[in-house]
Design a protein around this ligand. Structure first.
Ligand SMILES: [Zn+2]
Length: 59
């Protein structure tokens, strides 16, 4: 059930902001095999949260 978006369209996983293509400043990550996108604002606000989600086995 995927919406009819262009392959390059992105949606912020946190605030729902959308863009027709990945804007500068946005970040992407792969979590459990799915690509997640964060807009510039959310990626900034969640840098710490994203870092804390890194596999603790790495540390
Ligand atoms: Zn956002």
């Amino acid at each position: 059930m995927s919406p009819p978006q262009s392959p390059d369209a992105v949606t912020c996983a946190l605030c729902g902001a959308t863009a027709p293509s990945l804007p500068l400043g946005w970040s992407t990550a792969v979590e459990r095999g799915r690509r997640v996108v964060h807009c510039e604002r959310c990626s900034r606000e969640n840098v710490r949260a994203m870092e804390s989600k890194l596999d603790p086995e790495w540390w």
